[in-house]
Every structure is written in C-alpha cells, then in structure tokens.
Write a protein that binds this ligand. Sequence first.
Ligand code: NAD
Length: 359
Amino acid sequence: MIAFTYTSRPGRIVFGAGAIERVAEELDELCIRRALVLCTPEQRFLADRVRRIAGEHCADVFDRAVMHVPVETAQEGVAAALAAGADGLVAAGGGSTLGLAKAIALETSLPILAIPTTYAGSEVTPIYGMTSAGEKKTGKSYRVLPRTVIYDACLTLTLPAALSATSGLNAIAHAAEGLYAQDANPVMSLFAEEGIRSLAHALPRIVEQPDDIAAREAAQYGAWLCGTVLGSVGMALHHKLCHTLGGMFDLPHAETHAVMLPYSMAFNLPAAPAAHERLCRALDTPEPATSLYDLGRSLHAPASLKALGLRAADIPTAAAAAMQAPYYNPRPLSYEAVHRLLTSAFDGMRPDSRTFESV
Ligand code: NAD
C-alpha cells in the first residue's frame, strides 16, 4: 500500500557557477528595490560584492551575523532593516547568516533572497532558531522561508576543507533522518537518496582538492536536496541528540552532526528497513552506519564526542535531556539505549548494524 501526503514548498532555485551575477534581476523578480544584505563579519567581502552587483537594488549591509542568532542581534538587525527602509533581505553566508535573516523576517515579514555558502541547508527550510539567555528556541513559519535561492558553487571554494567535510555530513544527516520520518513521502525519499549519493561522492574530492569546482557543484546540489528534505519532513533521534548536545554543552553544530550520524544510523536503521535500503543504494554498501563512519574518517572529521570537548560525566545529563518531551523515532527509546548510543559516540568506536542489538 502506498499512502502519503506531500506538500511542495514555494521557492525559486537558481543554480550554477557564477549565478551570483544574477542577483539584481532576481531581486527585481521579487520586486525588492531596497535590500539589506546580511553577512558575518568574516564574510563582509562577499556582502560588498553582492552590493556592487545589486547596485541600486541594495540599501545597506549589516555584517553582524553570529552563531545561534542571539535575540539581541536579531533586534539590531530589525532596527537596521527599518533604518534602511529595506523592502527585502539578502542573506549571503552559512546557516548563521540565514538564521539572522529568518529572525528579521519573522518580525518584519520581509522577503528573503538567500545566497548560501555552506552545505547547512537552512536556505530551503521554514525553520528558525534564536538564542536568549543561553537557551535556543526553534520554530517553523513560512514567513521565513527564502523566496529565491542562488546557489553559486564558486562561493564555496573558500570554505575550508574541514568545514566542508562537517557541513556536508550535517547535510547528509538531514536526508538520512528524512528517510525514516513519520511523514516521509516518496518525493522526499528520492531527494534524500540522490542528495546523500551526490555528497558522499563529492566530499572526499573536496577534501583532497578544495578548489575542484565540479566536486563543489556536486556537493552544493546534494546540499540543496538534503536541505529540502529537512524543510519538508520531520526529524527524529539524531537531530534531537545534536540539538541537546549543542544547546547544553555548547558543542559545535556541524561537527556534532558529523560525529553522531553513524551511531544514530546504527541504532535506528534496524527499525527502518526502507530507509536502510535507500542508504545502502546511496552509499553503495551493505553497512550504511559503518560506511558513514569510514566516510567521516576519510574526510578527517572529528571522530568522537570526547574530541569535541564533552566530558564522560555529561553523558547521563544529555541522555536524560534527550528523553524529555516524547517525540517520534522509528525505534522505541529508553534512557539506557540513548546512554549507550552517547557512550559509543563519546568513545568514537566503529559502529555496525549489531552495535545496538541488545539495548
Ligand atoms: P556558519 O554559518 O556559522 O558559518 C561558520 C563560519 O564559516 C562563519 O564564520 C562564516 O562566515 C564562515 N563561512 C561560511 N561560508 C564560508 C565560505 N564559503 N568561505 C569561507 N568562510 C565561510 O555555519 P553553518 O554550519 O552553515 O551554520 C550553522 C548554523 O546554522 C547553526 O546555528 C544551525 O543551528 C543553523 N542551521 C539551521 C538550519 C535551519 O533549517 N534553520 C539548518 C541547518 C543549520
């Protein structure tokens, strides 16, 4: 029996090396006459380039995007948009810059044109997050979903190999969990399988030669597909654990996903045979969890939670937090199982489909 609900999301994708040159006509298409361009301080050069290309379509640049979108920064961004008389936002950068654009759009309803430069995928999701007093709150609103995304692989050439690897594994994690989502559907499963395949082939080539533009394009294509899955179907244990570890212990976002992914898959895939089959095809392996672990090692990504700075004493706290507020997962959860999963990831041992057989 095949039964599902699939909602296609609005949004225009402009994909191609050099596509940044089309920013003025794409702003025109959105009827944006006075854009506020957002970036991190490190990527100011990119925002200035966007401003030059956008010409009279650009009102100002706000270069204060930082990780985790502090609510104070979001308020400053709203003030800057109002002061500039902005009628739209351009987010040029990674997930942190996209996060700032979404926080401003949530308050002002300004349309967003996104120019992503990592593989995080936020540019195709309606998910936003903001941090207040050390606590990150996330939500979903179609007001924050970018209207147009310009994917220009040339802009990712400067993304360091280490960040490319972890950002790419972060993208694979979106698609892998999307394969066993409660609201999974055949369209998103196609996106997920193809996205994982494309990234898994591209990332080793990027780490070996970061200026390989064909590999960069393949990774960005995969990131678009995987991000779309994240924006369309629900996530489960893996994303919950990464969110908990990031929020409670300040572990870095993409690196935490990179470490956790093989363990989450080793735990969940025995309870999700259709997802297992697609991952086997995408990664060309009979053991997807082991294969993802080996991929991480070949990319020189961090191998354990210990290497990210977690302490052994934090594991019970993290396991208890991850058990709070019930949520969907294909395999039933217990404190012991989550504790065992976190302990394995803490040690960085090589997992396979039998690692969590007895929990
Ligand atoms: P990031 O945006 O924090 O970027 C990390 C650093 O790399 C920054 O200093 C940035 O300026 C720099 N950088 C980005 N692209 C570069 C490039 N091409 N060349 C050189 N430097 C570059 O990192 P990220 O992993 O993209 O984003 C992480 C954040 O995004 C987290 O807060 C996470 O929660 C959020 N996120 C949100 C969603 C969503 O759907 N809402 C999805 C994924 C991630």
